[in-house]
Design a protein around this ligand. Structure first.
Ligand SMILES: [Zn+2]
Length: 79
């Protein structure tokens, strides 16, 4: 099911999928796997893919920028 959301081209589906993912994980206190958590914007709650985000590798780690809201997410160390 998660793979279906992550490969969707529709912005409405990716937005709803991100919101649902975060809401369910908080309600049921389930930890979202790291590879999926890294692909959800924490600000606008959209699924990040190559169309609406850019990923750069810097000295201090991986920087993922959301192109819709402008928020940057930094992942470093053990990710
Ligand atoms: Zn965003």
């Amino acid at each position: 099911m998660a793979r279906l959301w992550l490969t969707s081209d529709s912005p409405e589906i990716s937005s709803n999928a991100g919101k649902t993912l975060i809401r369910l994980s908080r309600r049921h206190r389930i930890k979202v796997p790291t590879e999926i958590r890294m692909r959800v914007c924490r600000s606008c709650k959209k699924i990040l893919d190559s169309n609406n985000s850019k990923t750069r590798i810097r000295l201090k780690g991986i920087v993922v920028s959301c192109m819709d809201c402008g928020r940057t997410h930094r992942y470093h160390g053990g990710v």
